[in-house]
Design a protein around this ligand. Structure first.
Ligand code: NAG
Ligand code: NAG
Ligand code: NAG
Ligand code: NAG
Ligand code: NAG
Length: 458
């Protein structure tokens, strides 16, 4: 014990000496953008029309970037697909793409716009970063020529990638990341292997991934576990799906579960349930935005720790399975019934009393709940649910879920359907599970799709 605390203080001392100008905290910004999309995407537009649309979107992003910089932000994240939208074929996305070089070439597009051919979008983004002295993350499309003799080379002779670029405060390209886990994106190719992209600043070490990547181990978990990044930059075009996968709900839980800062910038497009951005710290969400009422974008700013691991507020690691196995399982309920959340068949049991201890199991996963309600609404039914298995229609991710949720109506067959409001007040509840993974993401979503910063702990 004495040895380890002695070593810890030496490490902190060394850090202070090495980074004289290092910042303890920084101001982060994310922008939820109501993207202007092309009218139709069935036939290809000209390069000029593509540039016109992308520049209109950048005009809006420019205002947000300037505003963020004026308020002292060191870095701003803009959403996935923010320059052109998301519905394309390989042919119709092509006019929007630019060849994006490896950051190792040391390039400031704003100062040297001709160096890699026709790259007006990269030049403008670099100038925005440089002129406003702020790091800028943008999501754009990369094209890479390939040899059409190669069996993997697409017929048009180009690989096409969904790509994040980061320019530093001098306008230099410092990071490029090609999205690995594509969702429904026939316009883009999957890179050969997941890329682990990090970069260092005076305000901590950063890692990058995009949208659907967050549900997989690589690169998301590796960046935190093996590369020890302090902050993840996370552009997304996320469609909210209740009860378990609303953007603010899952993204805040991921930051807590992984104990890392997460700067999440979502598209704003309420017709497709796309809203929900935030700045999430390891112990609690700092600021978030969810808006199904208006059509406007929104800038969010918050001060966060540059190196959360060295902060006194840093949450200690939780050994999830150890905890759940030490508590004596409550008698397994006899009135367990089967029900669905999306396509996943859960085992549910209802919370009939105003207080109690319940266990429900699904295969080898057992979920324990202790709860006390202050006031139970007559027409509201809550259930405890457990699920272990491959998730959803695509069945690509293996999930273990313990959840307590409100059923849509008092009819138990509606349990697991999307619900947005609730009136029952809980005094306390404690939920745990015998998870077989160390990656557990603790979600809490309150009525009207609200988070509860500071109100619960792991
Ligand atoms: C950046 O500033 C220069 C002059 O300092 C100006 O010519 C240029 O238009 C600006 N670019 C952007 C993208 O703001
Ligand atoms: C960042 O700094 C760490 C050491 O502090 C180093 O290991 C790493 O290679 C640096 N570069 C990147 C790109 O993360
Ligand atoms: C948006 O969410 C609501 C309720 O959660 C759902 O009924 C609706 O089908 C969703 N819309 C789309 C376009 O997915
Ligand atoms: C739940 O269990 C705890 C101990 O684990 C006990 O103190 C409490 O009385 C129980 N509550 C109910 C309502 O059974
Ligand atoms: C669901 O719960 C019941 C009752 O405890 C149990 O018999 C059944 O095996 C469970 N289903 C699965 C798939 O584990």
């Amino acid at each position: 014990m004495i040895t380890s605390s002695f070593q810890a203080s030496v490490a902190v001392l060394a850090l202070v000496t090495l980074h004289v100008s290092a910042l303890d905290t920084f101001i982060a910004a994310v922008y939820e953008h109501a993207v202007l999309r092309p009218k139709g995407t069935e036939t290809p537009v000209s390069r000029d029309d593509a540039l016109l649309l992308m520049n209109k979107n950048i005009d809006i992003l420019e205002k947000a970037i300037k505003q963020a910089a004026e308020q002292g932000a060191q870095i701003i994240v803009t959403p996935e697909d923010a320059l052109y939208g998301w519905k394309f074929t390989r042919e119709t996305i092509f006019p929007y793409l630019e060849d994006i070089p490896d950051p190792q070439v040391d390039w400031i597009p704003c100062q040297d716009p001709q160096r890699f051919g026709h790259t007006p979008i990269q030049t403008r983004l670099s100038c925005l970063a440089k002129n406003n002295s702020i790091y800028v993350l943008a999501n754009i499309g990369d094209k890479k020529r390939c040899n059409s003799q190669d069996s993997t080379c697409p017929p048009n002779g180009y690989y096409q990638y969904n790509t994040n670029v980061v320019y530093d405060a001098k306008g230099q390209l410092v990071a490029r990341y090609h999205k690995y886990h594509l969702y429904s994106e026939p316009q883009f190719d999957v890179p050969e292997k997941p890329e682990l992209v990090t970069f260092n600043t005076t305000f901590g070490r950063f890692g990058i991934f995009t949208c659907f990547d967050i549900l997989f181990h690589d690169p998301a978990v590796s960046l935190v576990k093996d590369f020890h990044v302090d902050t993840i930059l996370y552009p997304t075009a996320w469609m909210n799906v209740l009860p378990l996968l609303s953007a603010i709900e899952f993204h805040s839980a991921w930051a807590m579960g992984m104990r890392v800062n997460l700067l999440a910038a979502n598209i704003h497009h309420v017709q497709q349930n796309m809203t929900g951005s935030g700045i999430y710290a390891p112990h609690s969400p700092r600021v978030y935005h969810y808006d199904m009422e208006t059509d406007s974008g929104r800038l969010l700013l918050s001060e966060v720790d540059s190196r959360p691991r060295t902060s006194p507020a840093y949450p200690t690691a939780v050994d999830w399975s150890a905890y759940a196995t030490t508590i004596k399982p409550f008698p397994v309920q006899k009135n367990t019934f089967s029900g669905f959340i999306s396509r996943d068949a859960f085992n549910f049991t209802a919370l009939f009393e105003n207080a109690g201890n319940l266990t429900v199991c699904h295969k080898d996963l057992c979920c324990h709940l202790s709860y006390r309600m202050l006031r139970k609404e007559e027409n509201e039914v809550y259930v405890l649910g457990a699920f272990t298995g491959l998730h959803g229609r695509r069945r690509r991710e293996y999930w273990q879920v313990c959840t307590m949720l409100k059923c849509k109506t008092t009819d138990l067959t509606t349990c697991g359907q999307p619900v947005e409001t609730a009136l029952t007040r809980f005094d306390i509840f404690s939920l745990s599970g015998t998870f077989r993974t160390e990656y557990v993401f603790p979600e809490v979503l309150l009525t009207k799709v609200h988070l509860s910063p500071g109100k619960f702990e792991v």
